[in-house]
Every structure is written in structure tokens, then in C-alpha cells.
Design a protein around this ligand. Structure first.
Ligand code: AMP
Ligand code: MG
Length: 429
């Protein structure tokens, strides 16, 4: 008997189940939840040399086969001693021990430390048999083979225990984690040469708009250079995805349709422009005809209009055209969604810090605002100010900023000195 096939739910079916879903006035949190509910991450994996796994998403558990470190070893340059030999807590009493040898990192002392003996050890040297603590060299006096050790040492001090970093058999990394510099080193410390990672997500994007021209072409009156293509390139580059830059596509149905057909071979499509009210309607009409696409008015500023859906198997993010709105909607919705699609389990965790605002900020209730801000140190604390002109076409405001000041939906005017939420741009990759 064949298994009953469960038809996959359409995007409209998924989002209609969400509380407070209103496409005409969608709260930022609801839009995020709607996108999240629709995502199915990629499942294909590939095995790569560890260096090539940097920035990728781990697709396997890493379970050490060895302890790291492999042996108890010295954390300092000094003398490995038997704690039981030392004079106890009496501050003035010293102990004299006979040095019977030296152990270096990578060069094990083969003998055994007996009562009244010690071994000179370097950082990383395997602890000589019989010794159980290390006294740093700076506090000891040497006179030939005789080493004088002061009192009041602590049991087990300056010894790194075998397996204190990584324990054989205990999983240390998990599927869905990003591989960063620390993970590369950690995997290398286990002697593992290759790891399984999720395949790279393929993301295609193009700009729409008849007024747009590419760099290299002189501007005629009313034309602007396509900058969104470059900000998108920059933002996508930080995410470890494969980028398919399709350039500018004219607002002509045939060209747009061909572009969408080509882009639908990717896992995700990002377009900019053409989703606002009052736009020549081709882009929207075409999106709606070629796939299942929802058109939202999000209660946010900048970046109100946005389209989300699927064309074929590809997720579609139709962003507004204004350069700042592109960056904000990308950072707040697309980035997380792409990371989730790429298999990251931490995709939706963007830290929000709190800082006192240096100036009053105008804000109306009923929408979430992402003002461009500068977080700066003052009197041992952190303050934030806006970058001034906040128009959604003023890309300079993003360039001058190091953070977003996130003004929540319910919040009204903010007075100087009030605490506000801040999202560091660096944290957005
Ligand atoms: P739209 O969302 O298509 O109505 O565009 C809104 C504004 O953003 C208009 O002023 C456009 O000229 C501008 N714009 C749209 N796309 C781009 C782009 N790729 N690069 C720079 N500006 C753009
Ligand atoms: Mg346009």
C-alpha cells in the first residue's frame, strides 16, 4: 500500500493560521512569524576540507574520538611537584625538593616523581608521573639540583586536566551551527580533516526599474545608478550563500518573466523595486501570476511594501526600491530567512542591546521604526544618537550608522535620556 500523500500547504494556508495576520497593516513581528512559518531548510549536504567549511553550516555532530588535551599537562613554566610533599599553610615554611629532570611540551619526562623530588616543566608538558601540581618558576629558587618552593600552594594548581577542553565521546558541535574561526580550530584540534556541511544556498537577485542604469553607462536625465545591486551583493556576501547577480531588469513583462524563470532555479530570489503602490503594476502582476506571492504593507519605517512567496521552489522576497528600505527589510526579514533556509538553527537570534538616547527622537505609535544610529561611548557607558536625515532614499544614513535604533511598534516620541533598543550593524553580518 502506498503511503497517503499529504499535500504541502500553500503559503496562504500557512499564514492564514497566524494570529493577527493582516496583509494590509502587518506588524513586523507578524511578518517575521509568517515568513518563518513558511520556510523549509535545504537538506542536501556535502563534505569539505575543514578550511573550506568556514562560514558554512555544519551538517553533522562533531563527537571527539580523543580527549583534548590528551594528557594532564602543565599550564605554566615551573616545577611539577607532589602536593603532599609541600609544607602546608604556614606562610613562612618552604620546601626543598630535588630536581630529577625536565619535561618539555612534546617531550615527555619518562621517570617517576618520588617523595622529595620535582621535575622542571614547560607550558604544555605532560605532567610527570607522580606529580600533581605545578609551582610557577617565578616563586621558586634554584640552587643546583635543589629547588626551594614557598608554602601555601594549592592542590592541583596550574595543571590542565586531560579532556578539560574536549572529552572523547561527548558531542561538542551540532548540526545547524555556523563554522567560525573557533570551530575551525576546534575541529582541527580533534585531528579531523573533513566535515559535512549543508550545501550552499543559491540566492538570485535583480533590480527592477526603468530609471536604473548600470555603472559604466552615462546617466540621462531622470536616471539613477543601480545601487541596490551592490548593497545586496555586500549583505549577501556576509551570509556564505552563493550569489547570482542578474543585474537590472527593465519594467517590461517579457524581460521580467524571463528573469523570474531563470531566478526560480535558485533557492531564493530577491528583487528590489516595483512593489510599491502606484508602481507600474507589471512586477506585482507577474509575481502573482508566476507563483504564490503575498503582498504586504508592513507597519514599519522605512520599508513598508514587501512581497513574499514562492515562485516554483524558490522563495521570493520582493523588496521595495528605496535604497535604505532595501537594507532594512533585508536585515530584518531576508537575512534571517536565508540563514534558516541554509540550515542555521540560530537564524532568528539577533541581539538587541539597550542604550540611552542622547537626543529626543520623533516617532509615531503603530509602526516599528529602524532609525539609523551611532552608538558611542560616554562616561563609561553607551549612548546612541540618530544619524540625522532619515529619508528612505538617504543611503548616507546607513553609511554613517553603526547600528539601528529599534523603536517598537507601541512606542511614541522618545525623550533624551530614555533607554532604546539598539541592533549593531556588525552583528548583522
Ligand atoms: P520603487 O520601490 O520601485 O518605487 O522605487 C522607490 C525609489 O527607489 C525610487 O526613487 C527609485 O528610483 C529608487 N530605486 C529603485 N531601485 C533602485 C536601485 N536598484 N538603485 C537605486 N535606487 C533605486
Ligand atoms: Mg520602480
Amino acid at each position: 500500500m502506498s503511503a497517503e500523500r499529504v499535500p504541502s500547504r500553500t503559503i496562504a494556508q500557512v499564514v492564514s493560521c497566524l494570529d493577527g495576520y493582516d496583509p494590509g497593516a502587518l506588524r513586523v513581528d507578524k511578518a517575521g512569524a509568517a515568513i518563518r512559518a513558511c520556510l523549509t531548510p535545504v537538506t542536501e549536504t556535502e563534505t569539505v576540507a575543514i578550511r573550506d567549511s568556514l562560514g558554512r553550516v555544519l551538517a553533522q555532530e562533531i563527537v571527539p574520538r580523543i580527549n583534548v588535551p590528551g594528557h594532564d599537562n602543565s599550564a605554566m613554566d615551573g616545577y611539577a611537584v607532589r602536593f603532599s610533599d609541600l609544607q602546608s599553610t604556614d606562610e613562612k615554611k618552604e620546601t626543598s625538593l630535588r630536581q630529577i629532570g625536565t619535561a618539555f611540551a612534546g617531550k615527555v619526562f619518562q621517570g617517576k616523581v618520588l617523595a622529595g623530588e620535582c621535575v622542571r616543566v614547560m607550558t604544555g608538558a605532560v605532567m610527570p608521573q607522580g606529580a600533581d601540581c605545578v609551582v610557577v618558576q617565578e616563586v621558586c629558587r634554584a640552587d643546583g639540583d635543589w629547588i626551594t618552593v614557598p608554602a601555601a600552594q594549592k592542590a592541583g594548581q596550574n595543571v590542565r586536566a586531560a579532556g578539560e577542553d574536549l572529552k572523547a565521546g561527548v558531542a561538542v558541535l551540532h548540526p545547524g551551527q555556523p563554522v567560525r574561526a573557533a570551530e575551525l580550530g576546534l575541529i582541527a584540534s580533534l585531528g579531523i580533516a573533513e566535515v559535512k556541511v549543508m550545501r550552499r544556498l543559491r540566492v538570485a537577485f535583480f533590480s527592477t526599474g526603468d530609471e536604473l542604469v548600470s555603472i559604466g553607462t552615462p546617466l540621462a536625465q531622470g536616471q539613477v545608478y543601480d545601487s541596490n545591486r551592490y548593497t545586496l551583493h555586500g549583505m549577501l556576501s556576509g551570509l556564505g550563500v552563493e550569489i547570482i547577480d542578474m543585474g537590472v531588469v527593465r519594467d517590461e513583462p517579457q524581460k521580467l518573466e524571463a528573469a523570474f524563470a531563470a531566478a526560480a532555479k535558485a533557492d531564493a530570489i530577491i528583487t528590489t523595486g516595483g512593489v510599491s503602490v502606484g508602481e507600474a503594476d507589471f512586477v506585482k502582476q507577474l509575481m502573482a501570476r508566476l507563483g504564490e506571492v503575498l503582498f504586504w504593507k508592513i507597519a514599519m519605517r522605512p520599508g513598508r511594501p514587501m512581497a513574499f512567496g514562492k515562485i516554483g521552489k524558490a522563495y521570493l522576497f520582493g523588496l521595495p526600491g528605496n535604497p535604505v528600505a532595501v537594507m532594512v527589510t533585508f536585515h530584518q526579514f531576508v537575512r534571517n530567512a536565508l540563514l534558516a533556509l541554509a540550515g542555521r538553527t540560530d537564524a532568528f537570534e539577533i541581539p538587541l542591546l539597550q542604550a540611552a538616547t542622547a537626543t529626543a527622537i520623533r516617532k509615531v505609535e503603530g509602526r516599528t521604526e529602524y532609525q539609523r544610529g551611532v552608538l558611542f561611548a560616554q562616561n563609561g557607558g553607551w549612548k546612541v544618537r540618530t544619524t540625522g536625515q532619515q529619508g528612505s532614499g538617504v543611503l548616507r544614513s546607513m553609511s554613517e550608522a553603526n547600528c539601528y535604533i529599534v523603536l517598537e511598534h507601541e512606542r511614541g516620541r522618545v525623550e533624551a535620556g530614555e533607554m532604546v533598543s539598539v541592533q549593531l550593524l556588525d552583528a548583522l553580518g
